[in-house]
Design a protein around this ligand. Structure first.
Ligand SMILES: [Zn+2]
Length: 95
């Protein structure tokens, strides 16, 4: 038997959970400068999508309302289904 669990953000009360996966934003490096005052890497400022080698990798789960990331008991972002279940059971009131 299985149970549908409800996500409810303890911080903002939001009920929408977002899975963050696969695509990150990148900024192309334009110049790499070495100087006595301090080194400086400049980017073009133009945002590009970067598809990492780990497209299926889940980076985190975050609340759609306040952007809070679900963090497990080990202080690491929750990435596995089992961890999401544990987190929701612990942090969200279920009727
Ligand atoms: Zn929230």
């Amino acid at each position: 038997m299985s149970t549908i669990l409800k996500f409810k953000c303890p911080d903002c009360g939001g009920e929408k959970l977002i899975m963050i996966q696969g695509v990150v934003k990148g900024y192309p490096v334009e110049s790499i400068l070495e100087s006595i005052g301090g080194c400086c890497v400049d980017t073009t400022g133009e945002e590009v999508d970067v598809h990492t080698n780990h497209v299926d990798e889940i980076y985190s789960y975050t609340c759609a309302g306040c952007g809070d990331v679900l963090v497990g008991d080990d202080d690491m972002p929750v990435t596995e289904d089992k961890e999401v279940v544990e987190w929701v059971k612990k942090n969200c009131p279920q009727e």
